[in-house]
Design a protein around this ligand. Structure first.
Ligand code: SF4
Length: 298
């Protein structure tokens, strides 16, 4: 890595930290001074909290590969989904503190264990600290791709600053209807913000590139979890991806919704999806012109 690119990367890390002063690291723009330890919606200050670090084999095939994906699961979240399956981590903040150096060393350990990538789960509130950790790890010999496994509720300005620190974006497209996004994840303007973020991710990385060993190296892989009663707006999401991102985009159409956290008590979310609902979503996927990605068995 040359001196000039070192400078560029350092400069973007500085800009990312600057955003924490009046926090606008995510589109909520809480305005708190996280550098002084103040906390906004995501309940995160200026430290890294991680719930788990391990090799994970349950991701999509080119992400988990044969050896597993080196998963770093951050505590806390910028969203608040009533059906969150990781509520103790995302909402209660369960986890352990790490310095950027310690996290960099963990990445190198995962690489040594054979991980095909470093997979940061729920990174959106942690981008400045994550960028610094990745920078340190790369200086120490980290070579495997860096993956952002995120909610898709991201600011374009922040994504631009993260370009040098991420190789693969794996965002959700959760809702096409802002009313449901507000009601069930407590976010405003999700659809517009999400679409702009997906466009920026695709502009940076292009379509998912899978190498001859069937391992993803770079690009965009969109995840869409089908919710009961049409709440996730699958048709609109697939039509958007096909028309405005690429008909060749890779999409994982996920069927594993089950009740968790508060959703048992919410009538329209209080059951798994039916076979008909999933078939309808898959039908919409193919009718939109999309053809790359994964669909699941119910
Ligand atoms: S990252 Fe956290 S504190 Fe910053 S704007 Fe988002 S929710 Fe608020």
């Amino acid at each position: 890595m040359g001196a000039y690119s070192d400078f560029l990367m350092n400069s973007n890390i500085s800009k990312l930290y600057k955003l924490m002063e009046k926090c606008s690291v995510c589109p909520r723009k809480c305005g708190v001074n996280r550098l002084k330890g103040e906390k906004g919606f995501c309940k995160s200050g200026n430290e890294i909290r991680v719930a788990s670090i391990n090799l994970h084999t349950g991701e999509e095939p080119p992400i988990s590969g044969t050896n597993g994906s080196g998963t770093v699961f951050f505590s806390n979240c910028t969203m608040s989904c009533v059906f969150c399956q990781n509520y103790p981590i995302s909402q209660l903040g369960n986890g352990y503190l790490f310095t950027t150096q310690q996290l960099a060393d963990k990445m190198l350990e995962l690489q040594k264990e054979g991980a095909h990538n470093i997979n940061f789960v729920t990174p959106s509130h942690m981008y400045p600290l994550m960028a610094e950790s990745v920078f340190i790890a790369k200086q120490k010999g980290l070579k495997i791709p860096i993956l952002a496994n995120c909610s898709g509720y991201e600011s374009v300005e922040v994504l631009e600053l993260m370009d040098d620190f991420i190789d693969i974006y794996m965002p959700d497209m959760k809702y096409s209807d802002d009313i449901y996004a507000k009601k069930y994840s407590n976010v405003t303007d999700y659809a517009k913000i999400n679409k702009a973020a997906i466009k920026e991710m695709f502009r940076q990385k292009g379509n998912l590139f899978i190498n001859k060993n069937e391992i993803a190296e770079k690009g965009l892989l969109i995840r869409h979890l089908v919710l009961p009663n049409g709440i996730s707006g699958s048709k609109e999401i697939f039509d958007f991806i096909s028309a405005e991102i690429s008909a060749d985009a890779f999409v994982s159409v996920m069927a594993q919704y089950h009740t968790a956290h508060k959703s048992d008590a919410i009538k329209e979310l209080s059951r798994k999806i039916t076979e008909e609902e999933y078939e309808y979503a898959v039908d919409c996927f193919y009718k939109s012109g999309l053809h790359n990605g994964w669909v699941q068995e119910l």
